[in-house]
Design a protein around this ligand. Sequence first.
Ligand SMILES: Cc1cc2nc3c(=O)[nH]c(=O)nc-3n(C[C@H](O)[C@H](O)[C@H](O)COP(=O)(O)OP(=O)(O)OC[C@H]3O[C@@H](n4cnc5c(N)ncnc54)[C@H](O)[C@@H]3O)c2cc1C
Length: 604
Amino acid sequence: MAEYQIHQFDVLIVGAGGAGLRAAIEASAAGVKVGVVTKSLLGKAHTVMAEGGMAAAMGNVDDRDSWRVHFADTMRGGQYLNNPRMAELHAKEAPARVRELEAWGAVFDRTKDGRILQRNFGGHRYPRLAHVGDRTGLEMIRTLQDHGIHQGIDFHMETTILTLLKDGDRCVGAFAYDRERGRFRIFHAKAVVLATGGIGRAFQITSNSWEYTGDGHSLAYHAGAALMDMEFVQFHPTGMVWPPSVKGILVTEGVRGEGGVLRNKDGKRFMFDDIPANYKTQTADTEEEGWRYTQGDKSARRPPELLTRDHVARCIRREVKEGRGSPHGGVFLDISWIKEKLPNAAEHIKKKLPSMYHQFKQLADIDITKEPMEIGPTTHYMMGGVEVDADSQMSSVPGLFAAGECGAGLHGANRLGGNSLSDLVVFGRRAGEYAAKFAKEHDAGMIDHARVDEVAKMALEPFDRGAAGENPFAVQHELQEMMQDLVGIVRVESEMESALGEIARLKARAVKAGITGNREYNGGWHTALDLDNLLTVAEIIARAAIERKESRGAHFRDDFPDKSEEWAKYNIRVTKGAAGEPHVERVPVKPLTEEQKLVIEENK
Ligand SMILES: Cc1cc2nc3c(=O)[nH]c(=O)nc-3n(C[C@H](O)[C@H](O)[C@H](O)COP(=O)(O)OP(=O)(O)OC[C@H]3O[C@@H](n4cnc5c(N)ncnc54)[C@H](O)[C@@H]3O)c2cc1C
């Protein structure tokens, strides 16, 4: 066996975003030895980009809010495919997790009487998002890092996990390389928590950072865990569309929460044209009522711009497709119009949405206090992920846990904005607690050195092929374009079948990827090693999307445009079959308890 540096931990956390850091803090507080591995630098995880806020029913702005309303909103948003136990735990525990962040030093925006301010967001009945302007993720990461660093946690930055290691059925660690020097490392651990985030880089237009190559999803799947709800990829309605170099960058839902409206090229507020039946009673009848809602009038109902993301994205697509779009293929999002209502509108916008103001000024030369933005849908979030136990977050592989965006269950067919940041801290904490418990109850297990050598050899093969091999960037680029075209916001069976053919062809090219140069900070090598993850998740998304023959939440089928009562009964689970092929199956949705049924009924 080759010699590799070995690190020993009780609990290994893969990922230093909100979920990973919160898990690390909890595991460390339980008295076990914790290591955190992250592809990027500490403070750079994707969570830092989160803008609008974290959802928690604290009732600071509207005291009618409660865990019951938050639970019902989350289930309705997820079209009842959510794991109801996770939705209940999330709604009940999120307020305590926000207060805990405050106690650890997070400086949230304030109400006039000094409480944590909460803002409106799509699909939430009451103002519920605790926030720090439009830089909430930055504050969350800063706070968790400051707190975590004092807990004696061992951080390994710029280190990428290549495979999980198993002893029999159990996960006992991971094998990695450091990006700086390209050296291999073994992380031997009694329990492993995956907190690797999403998959957005499998698509061409995305709000996601370079890290989102579906690593955790793919690592878990290859290790034998089940993936669930993979057909549900969220296309956020508002990404930048112009100039081309910034296409996909997110425009926070907070803009609409603060009164921003969507208009087509004729100036029409088209969102009033199509309000889904299950949201009719909760949606404003007039523009005036919608405006009053955004300004905190408790007797008003939310404007249709704050309907769920899947619906708003499809309405925008309809306007563009029917020739009513903006010059660069989107529609207009206008917050500047509030000057008709507020005397100090420009200052108000800059205060409430400072990042959006700078983003448009610097990237598009648009002053959002004076003119509308051009926006269109962008790949944003993965509802699907590793199937986990609701309470412990352990997957079907003993000792392997998952939390945050790479886990599945809380969001069902569609995530409500703000429910991710709260997901990270609620289920990150739980994953850390239960991983520490598992570590205390088990020995370290054995490392399979033959497997380690095999993975190391495979990882170095792109150097052997050199310039004669396939260009990894070209394979990645073609995959992204193809997924956007064939498995994107509107899907049909024939296109998804051709996507599977394309994926098979790209897989054959990916295993022949070749690179030049050496192992130090070699971007080509990193991309070559990401390809298997991207192709694995792309195939599973396409297969799950072909299987679900209906339109629900984020999954829209042109050939099955309606919701089906039959499909409402199932989640889709994908596991790796004996011959290495994906095995797709329907599993019954988790039943509601009597109390949960009552809560949903009382909030209809
Ligand atoms: C622009 C934008 C704005 C958003 N705004 C909001 C918002 O206002 N409210 C909200 O609730 N949600 C928001 N979201 C969604 C939310 O930010 C994410 O879902 C969430 O931050 C994911 O956190 P995480 O801890 O699961 O993963 P991340 O924060 O992405 O962390 C993943 C970590 O895993 C590491 N990693 C990945 N693969 C590997 C590997 N192979 N080896 C080692 N390490 C690895 C990465 O380096 C990183 O450290 C937003 C998303 C975007 C893109």
